[in-house]
Design a binder for this molecule. Structure first.
Ligand SMILES: Cc1cc2nc3c(=O)[nH]c(=O)nc-3n(C[C@H](O)[C@H](O)[C@H](O)COP(=O)(O)OP(=O)(O)OC[C@H]3O[C@@H](n4cnc5c(N)ncnc54)[C@H](O)[C@@H]3O)c2cc1C
Length: 340
Protein backbone atom coordinates (compact mmCIF):
# COMPACT_ATOMS: atom_id res chain seq x y z
CA UNK A 1 0.00 0.00 0.00
CA UNK A 2 1.21 3.51 -0.74
CA UNK A 3 1.95 5.36 2.54
CA UNK A 4 1.07 9.03 2.71
CA UNK A 5 3.50 11.57 4.13
CA UNK A 6 2.26 13.39 7.23
CA UNK A 7 1.76 16.56 5.13
CA UNK A 8 -0.26 14.73 2.45
CA UNK A 9 -2.30 13.02 5.18
CA UNK A 10 -3.12 16.32 6.91
CA UNK A 11 -3.90 18.11 3.64
CA UNK A 12 -6.22 15.26 2.59
CA UNK A 13 -8.06 15.40 5.88
CA UNK A 14 -8.29 19.18 5.73
CA UNK A 15 -9.88 18.98 2.28
CA UNK A 16 -12.43 16.46 3.52
CA UNK A 17 -13.03 18.55 6.67
CA UNK A 18 -14.01 21.50 4.53
CA UNK A 19 -16.58 19.26 2.89
CA UNK A 20 -17.80 18.17 6.32
CA UNK A 21 -18.14 21.76 7.44
CA UNK A 22 -20.36 22.40 4.43
CA UNK A 23 -22.39 19.26 5.09
CA UNK A 24 -22.54 20.01 8.83
CA UNK A 25 -22.05 17.64 11.73
CA UNK A 26 -23.81 17.29 15.05
CA UNK A 27 -21.23 14.86 16.33
CA UNK A 28 -18.31 17.29 16.60
CA UNK A 29 -15.69 16.17 19.09
CA UNK A 30 -14.77 19.06 21.37
CA UNK A 31 -11.49 19.81 23.06
CA UNK A 32 -10.93 17.56 26.07
CA UNK A 33 -13.65 15.09 25.06
CA UNK A 34 -12.89 11.37 24.89
CA UNK A 35 -13.12 9.37 21.68
CA UNK A 36 -13.04 5.61 22.17
CA UNK A 37 -12.17 3.40 19.20
CA UNK A 38 -12.84 -0.33 19.34
CA UNK A 39 -10.57 -2.41 17.08
CA UNK A 40 -6.99 -1.77 15.97
CA UNK A 41 -7.20 -3.07 12.39
CA UNK A 42 -6.68 -0.69 9.45
CA UNK A 43 -9.98 1.11 10.09
CA UNK A 44 -9.55 1.62 13.84
CA UNK A 45 -5.85 2.51 13.73
CA UNK A 46 -6.33 4.95 10.87
CA UNK A 47 -9.30 6.58 12.60
CA UNK A 48 -7.19 7.06 15.74
CA UNK A 49 -4.42 8.79 13.77
CA UNK A 50 -6.86 10.92 11.79
CA UNK A 51 -8.75 11.97 14.92
CA UNK A 52 -5.55 12.90 16.73
CA UNK A 53 -4.45 14.90 13.69
CA UNK A 54 -7.77 16.79 13.47
CA UNK A 55 -8.29 17.13 17.24
CA UNK A 56 -4.91 17.28 18.99
CA UNK A 57 -6.62 18.37 22.23
CA UNK A 58 -9.06 15.47 22.32
CA UNK A 59 -8.33 12.23 24.16
CA UNK A 60 -8.20 9.33 21.69
CA UNK A 61 -8.17 5.83 23.18
CA UNK A 62 -7.99 2.67 21.08
CA UNK A 63 -8.88 -0.77 22.45
CA UNK A 64 -7.57 -3.87 20.65
CA UNK A 65 -7.90 -7.40 21.99
CA UNK A 66 -5.19 -9.04 19.90
CA UNK A 67 -1.67 -7.92 20.86
CA UNK A 68 -0.23 -9.33 17.63
CA UNK A 69 -2.38 -6.94 15.64
CA UNK A 70 -0.45 -3.95 16.94
CA UNK A 71 3.01 -5.33 16.25
CA UNK A 72 4.01 -3.57 13.05
CA UNK A 73 6.57 -6.08 11.83
CA UNK A 74 6.47 -9.70 12.78
CA UNK A 75 8.85 -12.46 11.88
CA UNK A 76 6.41 -15.20 10.88
CA UNK A 77 6.38 -15.15 7.08
CA UNK A 78 5.17 -18.77 6.82
CA UNK A 79 1.57 -17.75 7.54
CA UNK A 80 1.53 -14.73 5.21
CA UNK A 81 -0.56 -16.49 2.53
CA UNK A 82 -3.25 -17.25 5.13
CA UNK A 83 -3.65 -13.97 7.02
CA UNK A 84 -4.76 -10.44 6.21
CA UNK A 85 -2.22 -7.96 4.84
CA UNK A 86 -0.55 -6.03 7.71
CA UNK A 87 -0.93 -2.42 6.63
CA UNK A 88 -2.41 -0.74 9.67
CA UNK A 89 -0.43 1.62 11.88
CA UNK A 90 1.41 -0.20 14.64
CA UNK A 91 1.66 0.53 18.34
CA UNK A 92 4.75 2.75 17.98
CA UNK A 93 3.04 5.02 15.39
CA UNK A 94 -0.11 5.25 17.46
CA UNK A 95 1.77 6.15 20.62
CA UNK A 96 3.96 8.68 18.79
CA UNK A 97 0.78 10.37 17.55
CA UNK A 98 -0.55 10.63 21.10
CA UNK A 99 -3.12 7.83 20.90
CA UNK A 100 -3.62 5.85 24.12
CA UNK A 101 -3.84 2.11 23.54
CA UNK A 102 -5.46 -0.48 25.78
CA UNK A 103 -5.11 -4.23 25.19
CA UNK A 104 -8.48 -5.70 26.13
CA UNK A 105 -11.72 -7.05 24.72
CA UNK A 106 -14.73 -4.75 24.68
CA UNK A 107 -17.63 -6.97 25.76
CA UNK A 108 -20.48 -4.48 26.06
CA UNK A 109 -21.53 -0.88 25.56
CA UNK A 110 -23.67 1.06 28.03
CA UNK A 111 -24.92 3.85 25.79
CA UNK A 112 -26.80 5.66 28.53
CA UNK A 113 -23.73 5.87 30.80
CA UNK A 114 -21.34 6.40 27.87
CA UNK A 115 -19.22 3.48 29.02
CA UNK A 116 -17.58 0.47 27.39
CA UNK A 117 -17.31 -2.71 29.46
CA UNK A 118 -14.08 -4.67 29.08
CA UNK A 119 -13.34 -8.38 29.49
CA UNK A 120 -10.89 -7.50 32.28
CA UNK A 121 -13.76 -6.05 34.30
CA UNK A 122 -12.71 -2.44 33.72
CA UNK A 123 -14.96 0.20 32.21
CA UNK A 124 -13.97 3.04 29.89
CA UNK A 125 -15.99 6.24 29.67
CA UNK A 126 -16.42 7.89 26.28
CA UNK A 127 -18.01 10.94 24.68
CA UNK A 128 -17.80 9.51 21.14
CA UNK A 129 -17.59 5.84 20.19
CA UNK A 130 -16.16 4.50 16.93
CA UNK A 131 -16.55 0.78 16.33
CA UNK A 132 -14.13 -0.94 13.93
CA UNK A 133 -14.44 -4.59 14.95
CA UNK A 134 -14.13 -6.15 11.49
CA UNK A 135 -15.97 -9.44 10.93
CA UNK A 136 -16.92 -12.55 12.88
CA UNK A 137 -18.15 -16.00 11.76
CA UNK A 138 -21.92 -16.29 11.31
CA UNK A 139 -23.76 -19.36 12.53
CA UNK A 140 -24.85 -21.13 9.35
CA UNK A 141 -26.73 -23.92 11.12
CA UNK A 142 -24.75 -26.64 9.34
CA UNK A 143 -25.28 -29.94 11.19
CA UNK A 144 -22.01 -31.19 12.69
CA UNK A 145 -20.22 -27.84 12.39
CA UNK A 146 -19.60 -27.37 16.11
CA UNK A 147 -16.63 -25.89 17.99
CA UNK A 148 -14.71 -29.16 17.70
CA UNK A 149 -15.17 -29.23 13.92
CA UNK A 150 -14.12 -25.58 13.63
CA UNK A 151 -10.97 -26.38 15.56
CA UNK A 152 -10.17 -29.43 13.44
CA UNK A 153 -10.95 -27.59 10.20
CA UNK A 154 -9.56 -24.07 10.75
CA UNK A 155 -10.92 -21.16 8.78
CA UNK A 156 -7.59 -19.30 9.05
CA UNK A 157 -9.49 -16.27 7.80
CA UNK A 158 -7.65 -13.50 9.57
CA UNK A 159 -6.53 -15.51 12.60
CA UNK A 160 -2.81 -16.18 12.67
CA UNK A 161 -3.26 -18.89 15.29
CA UNK A 162 -5.63 -20.78 12.98
CA UNK A 163 -3.30 -20.20 10.04
CA UNK A 164 -0.50 -21.93 11.92
CA UNK A 165 -2.79 -24.87 12.77
CA UNK A 166 -3.81 -25.22 9.13
CA UNK A 167 -0.18 -25.07 8.01
CA UNK A 168 0.80 -27.89 10.37
CA UNK A 169 -1.96 -30.03 8.85
CA UNK A 170 -0.84 -29.18 5.32
CA UNK A 171 2.75 -30.08 6.11
CA UNK A 172 1.53 -33.46 7.39
CA UNK A 173 -0.59 -34.11 4.30
CA UNK A 174 -0.01 -37.67 3.16
CA UNK A 175 0.86 -38.78 -0.37
CA UNK A 176 -2.38 -38.90 -2.35
CA UNK A 177 -4.16 -36.89 0.40
CA UNK A 178 -7.30 -34.84 -0.17
CA UNK A 179 -7.46 -31.13 0.70
CA UNK A 180 -10.79 -29.28 0.69
CA UNK A 181 -11.32 -25.53 0.63
CA UNK A 182 -14.87 -24.63 1.56
CA UNK A 183 -16.22 -21.20 0.58
CA UNK A 184 -19.51 -20.12 2.18
CA UNK A 185 -22.90 -19.60 0.58
CA UNK A 186 -24.09 -16.21 -0.64
CA UNK A 187 -22.00 -13.19 -1.49
CA UNK A 188 -18.35 -13.66 -0.55
CA UNK A 189 -17.03 -11.01 1.83
CA UNK A 190 -13.43 -11.10 0.52
CA UNK A 191 -13.61 -12.68 -2.99
CA UNK A 192 -10.02 -11.85 -3.98
CA UNK A 193 -8.76 -13.45 -0.77
CA UNK A 194 -10.79 -16.58 -1.58
CA UNK A 195 -9.04 -17.03 -4.92
CA UNK A 196 -5.63 -16.36 -3.32
CA UNK A 197 -6.45 -18.98 -0.71
CA UNK A 198 -7.20 -21.56 -3.41
CA UNK A 199 -3.78 -20.85 -4.98
CA UNK A 200 -2.02 -21.10 -1.62
CA UNK A 201 -3.61 -24.50 -1.00
CA UNK A 202 -2.82 -25.64 -4.53
CA UNK A 203 0.85 -24.83 -3.89
CA UNK A 204 0.84 -27.19 -0.91
CA UNK A 205 -0.99 -29.92 -2.84
CA UNK A 206 1.48 -29.64 -5.72
CA UNK A 207 4.35 -30.53 -3.38
CA UNK A 208 2.72 -33.82 -2.23
CA UNK A 209 2.65 -36.60 -4.86
CA UNK A 210 -0.86 -37.54 -5.89
CA UNK A 211 -2.53 -35.11 -3.48
CA UNK A 212 -5.74 -33.37 -4.61
CA UNK A 213 -7.51 -30.06 -3.95
CA UNK A 214 -11.28 -29.70 -4.15
CA UNK A 215 -12.90 -26.29 -3.74
CA UNK A 216 -16.49 -26.46 -2.50
CA UNK A 217 -17.79 -23.07 -3.54
CA UNK A 218 -21.22 -22.25 -2.15
CA UNK A 219 -20.98 -18.60 -3.20
CA UNK A 220 -23.03 -16.69 -5.71
CA UNK A 221 -19.91 -15.36 -7.48
CA UNK A 222 -19.90 -17.00 -10.94
CA UNK A 223 -16.39 -15.81 -11.84
CA UNK A 224 -14.27 -17.23 -9.05
CA UNK A 225 -13.83 -20.68 -10.56
CA UNK A 226 -12.95 -19.22 -13.98
CA UNK A 227 -10.31 -16.94 -12.43
CA UNK A 228 -8.79 -19.85 -10.57
CA UNK A 229 -9.04 -22.67 -13.11
CA UNK A 230 -7.67 -20.46 -15.92
CA UNK A 231 -4.43 -20.08 -13.96
CA UNK A 232 -4.00 -23.71 -12.85
CA UNK A 233 -0.98 -25.17 -14.66
CA UNK A 234 -1.82 -28.04 -17.03
CA UNK A 235 0.43 -30.36 -15.00
CA UNK A 236 -1.91 -29.94 -12.00
CA UNK A 237 -5.31 -29.66 -13.64
CA UNK A 238 -6.19 -33.33 -13.01
CA UNK A 239 -5.50 -32.83 -9.27
CA UNK A 240 -7.61 -29.73 -8.81
CA UNK A 241 -11.41 -29.46 -8.91
CA UNK A 242 -13.71 -26.48 -8.33
CA UNK A 243 -17.33 -27.37 -7.56
CA UNK A 244 -19.49 -24.26 -7.84
CA UNK A 245 -22.81 -23.85 -6.02
CA UNK A 246 -24.77 -24.67 -9.17
CA UNK A 247 -22.90 -27.97 -9.45
CA UNK A 248 -23.52 -29.01 -5.85
CA UNK A 249 -20.75 -27.09 -4.04
CA UNK A 250 -22.93 -26.16 -1.06
CA UNK A 251 -22.20 -28.02 2.18
CA UNK A 252 -25.18 -29.72 3.85
CA UNK A 253 -23.58 -31.38 6.89
CA UNK A 254 -20.18 -32.34 8.23
CA UNK A 255 -18.58 -35.04 10.38
CA UNK A 256 -15.14 -33.70 11.24
CA UNK A 257 -14.15 -36.77 13.30
CA UNK A 258 -14.70 -38.96 10.23
CA UNK A 259 -13.32 -36.32 7.82
CA UNK A 260 -16.62 -36.32 5.91
CA UNK A 261 -18.39 -33.44 4.17
CA UNK A 262 -21.88 -33.90 2.72
CA UNK A 263 -22.52 -31.64 -0.23
CA UNK A 264 -25.42 -31.30 -2.65
CA UNK A 265 -23.25 -33.27 -5.11
CA UNK A 266 -22.55 -36.14 -2.69
CA UNK A 267 -20.06 -36.81 0.08
CA UNK A 268 -16.33 -36.15 0.07
CA UNK A 269 -13.71 -37.50 2.49
CA UNK A 270 -10.91 -35.07 3.28
CA UNK A 271 -7.57 -35.17 5.10
CA UNK A 272 -7.22 -31.41 5.47
CA UNK A 273 -10.14 -28.99 5.41
CA UNK A 274 -9.92 -25.21 5.29
CA UNK A 275 -13.51 -24.38 6.22
CA UNK A 276 -14.17 -20.69 5.55
CA UNK A 277 -17.36 -19.60 7.36
CA UNK A 278 -19.97 -17.08 6.35
CA UNK A 279 -19.23 -13.74 8.03
CA UNK A 280 -21.06 -10.85 9.64
CA UNK A 281 -20.05 -7.72 11.58
CA UNK A 282 -17.80 -8.31 14.59
CA UNK A 283 -19.71 -9.48 17.68
CA UNK A 284 -19.44 -6.20 19.60
CA UNK A 285 -21.21 -4.31 16.79
CA UNK A 286 -24.15 -6.66 17.18
CA UNK A 287 -24.01 -6.62 21.01
CA UNK A 288 -24.07 -2.81 20.85
CA UNK A 289 -27.24 -2.90 18.72
CA UNK A 290 -25.62 -1.53 15.56
CA UNK A 291 -26.26 -4.48 13.20
CA UNK A 292 -29.50 -5.17 11.34
CA UNK A 293 -30.99 -8.49 10.23
CA UNK A 294 -28.30 -8.82 7.54
CA UNK A 295 -25.70 -9.13 10.31
CA UNK A 296 -23.96 -5.93 9.12
CA UNK A 297 -24.13 -2.31 10.32
CA UNK A 298 -26.17 0.09 8.20
CA UNK A 299 -24.41 3.49 8.09
CA UNK A 300 -24.35 6.69 6.11
CA UNK A 301 -21.37 7.69 3.93
CA UNK A 302 -19.47 9.01 6.96
CA UNK A 303 -20.05 5.89 9.01
CA UNK A 304 -22.85 7.26 11.20
CA UNK A 305 -25.02 4.36 12.32
CA UNK A 306 -28.55 4.34 10.97
CA UNK A 307 -29.65 2.41 14.06
CA UNK A 308 -28.05 4.64 16.71
CA UNK A 309 -27.32 8.24 15.77
CA UNK A 310 -24.48 8.74 18.26
CA UNK A 311 -22.40 5.80 16.98
CA UNK A 312 -19.89 5.54 14.15
CA UNK A 313 -18.98 2.25 12.49
CA UNK A 314 -15.87 1.85 10.34
CA UNK A 315 -14.32 -0.69 8.02
CA UNK A 316 -15.52 -4.19 7.24
CA UNK A 317 -18.39 -4.08 9.76
CA UNK A 318 -20.31 -1.50 7.69
CA UNK A 319 -23.08 -3.05 5.62
CA UNK A 320 -21.91 -1.40 2.40
CA UNK A 321 -18.16 -1.72 3.07
CA UNK A 322 -15.78 -2.51 0.20
CA UNK A 323 -14.04 -4.94 2.59
CA UNK A 324 -10.57 -4.07 1.39
CA UNK A 325 -7.77 -2.35 3.28
CA UNK A 326 -8.18 0.76 1.11
CA UNK A 327 -11.91 0.80 1.87
CA UNK A 328 -11.25 0.45 5.60
CA UNK A 329 -8.74 3.33 5.60
CA UNK A 330 -11.13 5.59 3.69
CA UNK A 331 -14.03 4.82 6.02
CA UNK A 332 -11.77 5.76 8.94
CA UNK A 333 -10.92 9.14 7.42
CA UNK A 334 -14.60 9.77 6.64
CA UNK A 335 -15.54 9.00 10.24
CA UNK A 336 -12.82 11.26 11.64
CA UNK A 337 -14.17 14.05 9.49
CA UNK A 338 -17.69 13.37 10.77
CA UNK A 339 -16.32 14.31 14.20
CA UNK A 340 -14.66 17.47 12.92
C1 LIG B 1 -7.55 -13.82 4.63
C2 LIG B 1 -7.78 -12.42 4.20
C3 LIG B 1 -7.01 -11.85 3.20
C4 LIG B 1 -7.23 -10.54 2.79
N1 LIG B 1 -6.48 -10.01 1.78
C5 LIG B 1 -6.66 -8.71 1.42
C6 LIG B 1 -5.84 -8.09 0.42
O1 LIG B 1 -4.94 -8.73 -0.13
N2 LIG B 1 -6.07 -6.78 0.10
C7 LIG B 1 -7.06 -6.05 0.73
O2 LIG B 1 -7.22 -4.87 0.42
N3 LIG B 1 -7.85 -6.61 1.66
C8 LIG B 1 -7.68 -7.91 2.03
N4 LIG B 1 -8.47 -8.47 2.99
C9 LIG B 1 -9.52 -7.63 3.59
C10 LIG B 1 -8.93 -6.68 4.66
O3 LIG B 1 -8.05 -7.39 5.51
C11 LIG B 1 -10.07 -6.07 5.46
O4 LIG B 1 -10.93 -5.39 4.58
C12 LIG B 1 -9.54 -5.09 6.52
O5 LIG B 1 -8.63 -5.74 7.40
C13 LIG B 1 -10.70 -4.54 7.32
O6 LIG B 1 -10.19 -3.70 8.32
P1 LIG B 1 -11.03 -3.45 9.66
O7 LIG B 1 -10.18 -2.57 10.50
O8 LIG B 1 -12.42 -3.04 9.33
O9 LIG B 1 -11.22 -4.89 10.35
P2 LIG B 1 -10.12 -5.92 10.83
O10 LIG B 1 -8.88 -5.86 10.03
O11 LIG B 1 -10.84 -7.22 10.92
O12 LIG B 1 -9.75 -5.42 12.32
C14 LIG B 1 -10.69 -5.50 13.35
C15 LIG B 1 -9.91 -5.48 14.65
O13 LIG B 1 -10.83 -5.29 15.74
C16 LIG B 1 -10.43 -6.10 16.82
N5 LIG B 1 -11.63 -6.33 17.63
C17 LIG B 1 -12.80 -6.87 17.22
N6 LIG B 1 -13.68 -6.88 18.22
C18 LIG B 1 -13.06 -6.34 19.29
C19 LIG B 1 -13.47 -6.09 20.63
N7 LIG B 1 -14.70 -6.42 21.05
N8 LIG B 1 -12.59 -5.52 21.48
C20 LIG B 1 -11.32 -5.20 21.06
N9 LIG B 1 -10.88 -5.41 19.80
C21 LIG B 1 -11.75 -5.97 18.93
C22 LIG B 1 -9.90 -7.36 16.16
O14 LIG B 1 -9.02 -8.08 17.02
C23 LIG B 1 -9.19 -6.80 14.93
O15 LIG B 1 -7.82 -6.56 15.20
C24 LIG B 1 -8.26 -9.77 3.41
C25 LIG B 1 -9.03 -10.34 4.43
C26 LIG B 1 -8.80 -11.65 4.82
C27 LIG B 1 -9.65 -12.24 5.91
Amino acid sequence: MQRLSRRQFTLGLAATSTLAAVVGSSMALRSGQRALIVGGGPAGAEAALALKSLHPAASVLLVERDPRRLVREHGDTTTSAFVRPRLEAGLANLKAAGVDVVLDDVTGIDWRAGRAELFSGRGLAFDRLLLAPGTAPRDEGIPGLDAVARHAWPAAWGSEREARRLLVQLHRLKTGGQVVLRLPEGELVHPAAAVSRAFALMAHVSRRPGARLTVLDGSTDPHLSDRFMAAVPASLSHRVEWIAAGSGGRVRSVDAAAGLIETEAGSIRADVVNFVPALEAGTIARTAGLADASGWCPCDAQGRSVLRAEALVLGDAQRSALRTVAGALQSARNAAVALA
